[in-house]
Design a binder for this molecule. Structure first.
Ligand code: ATP
Length: 260
């Protein structure tokens, strides 16, 4: 099995506060992980470290075989696809949808003087088509609905054909139809053997796409449970992570949860 991400004894502190502590985690190439936990549990911090955009205070992080602190992170970042609210906030309002996807090739969020080939345009258009956004290539990004933006952001994250895809709350803010459409696209992506390893942060078990294989539950910056989805996503573990009794139900490869 090929390890794409390894964290050993990773801790993160900011302003004297412990944000992550003692995280050990391995993600292999054929795995699709969901990371769950309450607000402030450290999910975004974990994904930011995994994307080589932040270094831990302690511990070792290996991303795609490169050790953070030793490798050229600029090069590494193009090999890791990231979709996050923080990244979306940096996209200029008047950027066209095609350019939002295509500029990922140079790791920038606004088109300027970089050179792009026809092949870049074709790839961006193919990714837009894969996420049902073909008719939107010339539109300005700011004119899109929240659901349309989310799909463009995932297309952008896939532009460099990454070996690791990190999605931080991809379904946040979507209505029922938008969420279900996005989950269908992510389920298909997760089920395709050619797809990169995937890590998706979410607040809701309802947002776990089918074909996801593993889960990590975080609470207060520490791992409550981690491993195969079947063993990890349980009422007992969710109750511990959220600090209240939680009852989990599975139905046709999807989940729902409520207070137990
Ligand atoms: N740069 C920073 N300086 C100080 N504290 C920080 C910093 N970044 C994050 N934190 C704190 O670390 C904790 C974890 O934040 P993080 O965003 O990783 O959690 P999260 O699980 O993604 O939360 P949410 O579900 O609310 O998005 C929070 O309490 C946050 O306030």
């Amino acid at each position: 099995m090929t390890e794409v991400l390894t964290l050993e004894g990773v801790s993160l502190r900011r302003d004297g506060n412990s944000i992550l502590s003692g995280i050990d985690w391995t993600v292999n190439a054929d795995e699709r992980w969901v990371v769950l936990g309450p607000n402030g549990a450290g999910k975004t911090s974990l994904v930011t470290i995994a994307s080589a955009r932040m270094h831990p205070t302690e511990g070792t992080v290996r991303v795609l075989g490169e050790t953070l602190g030793e490798a050229d992170t600029q090069d590494l970042r193009t090999r890791v696809g990231l979709s996050s609210a923080a990244l979306a906030d940096r996209i200029p309002d008047d950027e066209t949808v095609r350019d939002v996807v295509m500029t990922a090739a140079h790791g920038v969020t606004g088109r300027w003087r970089e050179e792009y080939d026809t092949i870049d345009e074709e790839r961006a258009d193919a990714l837009l088509a894969a996420f049902g956004m073909s008719g939107f290539a010339e539109r300005e990004f700011w004119t899109l609905s929240e659901g349309e933006r989310k799909r463009v952001q995932i297309g952008r994250a896939l532009m460099t054909d990454p070996e690791l895809l990190l999605l931080d709350e991809p379904a946040a803010g979507l209505d029922l139809g938008g969420r279900e459409e996005l989950l269908a696209a992510l389920s298909e992506l997760a089920g395709d053997r050619r797809s990169p390893a995937m890590v998706m942060v979410t607040h809701h078990v309802e947002e776990i796409p089918t074909n996801f294989t593993h889960a990590m539950l975080l609470r207060d910056g520490a791992v409550v449970a981690s491993g195969s989805l079947r063993d990890t996503l349980t009422s007992v573990n969710l109750s511990e992570a959220y600090g209240m009794p939680v009852r989990l139900h599975a139905y046709e490869g999807r989940w729902t949860a409520r207070r137990g």
